[in-house]
Design a binder for this molecule. Structure first.
Ligand code: FUL
Length: 699
């Protein structure tokens, strides 16, 4: 190349660059906006993700038969709510901070909560409103009034319909879908349960119907129909073709810590993929965490005392919304047709705790710097993650997948939660990140984690620091961080739990590991001046333990927990039963249980050698918290030698079926070295005898 030609080519390239710069200056490319990476959410998926928290309601004939799955043969006449009020459901959900309600319009039993033209197995044949009612319609109105969105659960499996399993059912199913998708306004989500095919009533034939979950429902055409009728909907489907949303593989209320909103386009989705998504998946299918306020989905009176506690619900919140999921929390509607007061109380407590924890973002509008800022710094600088605007974000240069931003809190500040959000419109990118705090001039690592996605919340012990450093360690492409939150959540101060094991060691546990615990052993009221709990306390005889949980910084304290323990069970021996597990009955742990073998017909005896003679005035029985082996009729006998027995008390545990709580029975003082608890009958009239705990009351 000659000198002249070099000069000419340089001039040419200069002109080209100038021309390009000039021509780009008015279009978005000059703003250096990042391109999408991998699959991205649709507008409907984005809107759904932003809802974060919404309700499920399970209500059907099952509510009146104490079942979880109706067989399809229950008489619609049993469906007779006396105070059904969808406005009450909507009010509770609204006050709980939820954004919508998904109703079981038809569960597996086939019973329809709306008067479908295509079946008689519905509210039409129930006494409720003389067969003129429409619960889906009532809920649609209530949701509108309270500013909530409505969703529909329509079970693909129908145990009532005679032709289930044949092509005729698909026509029926689509007819019902058409009714639900056209008669009740906008539907934000449709839920197709994965439980499919099996035995049922099937119009009276009472057989077993097997279907191929993948082909039978011809999902692609069913989806087409739904999207035509409800263009703004998202489809949830566990099984069959890929839908818009995925199950997370458990009903326990959590998704994996690592949670990609992506799946493979085809092929099976094993549990591990449901839980974590697929890093390099080809389709955007985010996870929805579904769980109930109680063990069951449908209402059972015996679960009134088993509504999840505030610490449980707060964990669920963090393990769903805090892990790039949404939370679909179920209310089993009770027999009256209402959300039960215990469930209402629980979700309101959760709403209050969430508000207290997350309403003050200590990072909002604080100063921030970054090790890398994408060219066009004004648009992508670190402060864009702190401006409270979900549409702006901190971005790094193309190819930079490792960068830090430092937030200056201005002064030493207490905090214990960190939240990050990616700008997912352009894909989920972050693979791993860490959070550090500047404490006394040194950087201290608070947490290291994997994915972020729409929202990620990290929890760590309270720290006081003036600066926080957030480092992306690895990402699929330049990270786009739309929001950072730093919070100082108050401790959840619920009364601590107090237990004592067989050897007499007392343990006290606060729900928040950061709470301090103070206790007394003499019946006096515990205060912050009482003994501080630092480890198990050895006790030897009758003891009353009272305890409080206290937040050190505010000195706020919980309600007082109190447990009265009788004699120590150290020398107790279970007589004539070889199964070591039987000792769970006296281990002081209400979460462990033991059952007498099912083959053994009731009555069943449980004999305990107390090790020494004592004067008894009563006993306590705690059934295992399930419906099995709950003893309803009993006999209690004492003996001094283990051979000659005297029955000192017998009778029934009233209402134990509906309320399986601790049972306390007293009797005239009787001397005993041995006790015999005889299970005469259980609530199911079968041969199980189950025990969580058995204890005595001495004089
Ligand atoms: C499950 C169903 O079988 C349960 O009854 C409940 O509806 C739950 C939400 O999904 O798969």
């Amino acid at each position: 190349m000659t000198f002249k030609s070099i000069i000419t080519s340089q001039i040419a390239s200069f002109c080209l660059t100038t021309a390009l710069l000039f021509s780009y200056s008015n279009i978005s490319i000059s703003q250096n906006i990042p391109q999408a990476v991998g699959p991205v959410p649709t507008e409907n998926q984005l809107k759904w993700q932003e809802m974060e928290y919404y309700a499920f309601v399970h209500f059907s004939t099952n509510t009146y038969t104490n079942q979880e799955w109706g067989f399809g043969d229950d008489d619609p006449k049993i469906f007779n709510p006396t105070q059904l009020d969808c406005r009450q459901w909507a009010r509770v959900c609204k006050e709980a901070g939820m954004k919508g309600i998904i109703i079981t319009a038809k569960h597996h039993s086939g019973f329809c909560l709306w008067p479908s033209k295509y079946t008689e197995y519905s509210v039409k044949k129930s006494p409720w409103k003389n067969g003129k009612g429409d619960i889906v319609g009532d809920l649609a109105k209530a949701c509108k009034e309270y500013g909530l969105k409505m969703g529909i659960y329509l079970s693909p499996w129908d145990r009532n319909f005679a032709d289930y399993g044949k092509p005729e059912y698909i026509t029926y199913f689509r007819n019902q879908l058409r009714e639900l998708m056209t008669q009740y306004g906008d539907i934000f989500e449709i839920w197709f349960d994965g439980a499919n095919g099996g035995d049922g009533y099937y119009g009276g034939s009472r057989g077993t119907r097997k279907i191929d979950r993948k082909t039978y429902y011809d999902w692609s055409n069913t989806y087409k129909l739904i999207r035509e009728l409800q263009p703004k909907i998202v489809i949830w489907n566990d099984g069959g073709d890929r839908a818009d949303l995925r199950w997370v593989g458990t009903e326990e209320g959590y998704v994996g810590e690592k949670n990609w909103s992506l799946l493979n386009a085809k092929g099976d989705v094993p549990e591990d993929m449901l839980r974590h998504g697929v890093e390099n998946g080809e389709v955007w299918v985010p996870g929805e965490v579904n769980t109930s306020t109680r063990p069951g989905w449908f209402y059972h009176e015996y679960e009134d005392s088993r509504v999840k506690t505030l610490p449980d619900l707060m964990n669920t919140y963090h393990h769903s919304i805090g892990r790039n999921g949404t939370l679909l929390l179920n209310f089993p509607i009770d027999k009256r047709g209402l959300i039960h007061e215990n469930d209402e109380k629980a979700v309101k407590a959760l709403a209050k705790a969430v508000k207290e924890a997350y309403s003050v973002n200590l990072a909002l509008n604080k100063k921030a710097s970054a090790t890398n800022i994408r060219e066009n710094a004004l648009m992508f600088n670190a402060s864009k993650a702190l401006d409270g605007n979900k549409n702006t974000y901190w971005a790094t240069d193309e190819g930079i997948t490792n960068a830090s931003m430092t937030i200056d809190l201005g002064k030493p500040t207490l905090f214990n939660r960190f939240m990050a959000q990616e700008f997912i419109r352009l894909g989920q990118r972050v693979k791993s990140f860490k959070v550090e705090a500047l404490v006394d001039g040194n950087w201290k690592e608070l947490a290291q984690q994997t994915t972020i996605g729409y929202k990620r919340i990290l929890i760590f012990p309270t720290v006081k620091a003036s600066k926080v450093r957030f480092t992306i360690l690895d990402a699929k492409a330049c990270p786009l961080i739309s929001n950072i939150g730093i919070f100082n959540a108050p401790q959840i101060l619920t009364a601590p739990s107090i237990t004592r094991n067989q050897t007499g060691e007392v343990s006290i546990k606060a729900d928040d590991p950061e709470s301090l615990v103070y206790y007394t052993l003499d019946g006096s009221i515990p205060t912050t001046k009482s003994a501080k709990y630092t480890g198990t306390i050895q006790t030897t005889g009758k003891t009353t333990v009272k305890a409080i949980a206290v937040e050190a910084s505010t000195k706020k304290s919980s309600e007082i927990a109190e447990e009265k323990f009788d004699i120590v069970k150290k020398d107790w021996k279970i007589v004539g039963i070889a199964d070591e597990k039987a000792y769970k009955v006296i281990d002081g742990n209400s979460h462990t249980a033991w059952y007498q073998a099912k083959t053994q017909a009731l009555p069943a005896d449980l004999i305990i050698d107390l090790g020494k003679e004592v004067t008894l005035t009563g006993f306590k029985y705690l059934p295992w918290q399930s419906t099995d082996g709950v003893i309803a009729k009993y006999q209690f006998s004492v003996s001094l030698d283990g051979n000659n027995w005297t029955v000192v008390n017998e009778g029934e545990f009233s209402n134990i079926k509906n309320n399986p709580l601790l049972q306390v029975k007293t009797f005239a003082p009787s001397n005993a070295k041995f006790i015999k608890f005889t299970a005469l009958k259980n609530t199911k009239n079968d041969n199980w005898a189950g025990y969580a705990e058995l204890d005595v009351i001495t004089k």
